[in-house]
Design a protein around this ligand. Structure first.
Ligand code: HEC
Length: 133
């Protein structure tokens, strides 16, 4: 009985920690948004993004030398993940081609990271700004 209750307490503190952590990382502009550590593809995607894309698209995908890629409009431009994978593989204008620099797994992972994590984090950020104002 006692141990079940303390187990629940531990789970509750972990959950609280995760929520606080997600907020803290989501609101900082310095680091690229974090991912579920259990999702190894997204972990690889984040690492690839930090190593190969941040310099032009910014840590959150809000843009810089490269354009903004953390907006849902990207999902309209590239309705399927394969179309976006093709763009990253082949490049376009000043967007370098990554086909020879990254493995297929890395490209697939980084595109998933940008379509899921970056866009989601930008939407969360935008809604928290609305709440704060
Ligand atoms: C050297 C700078 C540079 C790097 C590094 C770079 N990009 Fe880009 N990226 C660009 C530029 C510039 C464009 C706009 C290309 C154009 O105008 O056709 C672009 C365009 C894009 C687009 C298309 C956006 C749209 O509106 O159609 C995506 C998606 C993208 N980049 C993803 C990535 C990913 C993922 C990486 C890392 C693997 C990456 N980029 C690395 C410069 C860069």
């Amino acid at each position: 009985m006692k141990s079940t209750r303390s187990k629940a307490l531990v789970l509750k503190s972990i959950a609280t920690f995760l929520v606080v952590f997600a907020f803290a990382t989501g609101c900082s502009s310095g680091a690229s948004p974090d991912v579920d550590p259990q999702d190894t593809e997204l972990v690889l995607g984040r690492r690839t993004y930090v190593n190969s894309c941040v310099s032009c698209h910014g840590s959150t995908g809000a843009g810089g030398i490269g354009n903004q890629i953390n907006t849902p409009e990207i999902l309209e431009l590239y309705p399927t993940i394969d179309e976006q994978i093709e763009l990253v593989t082949d490049g376009r204008n000043r967007m370098p081609s990554f086909g020879a620099r990254l493995s297929e797994e890395e490209i697939q992972a980084v595109v998933r990271y940008s379509r899921e994590t970056l866009i989601e984090a930008a939407l969360v950020e935008a809604s928290s700004e609305v709440e704060a104002s």
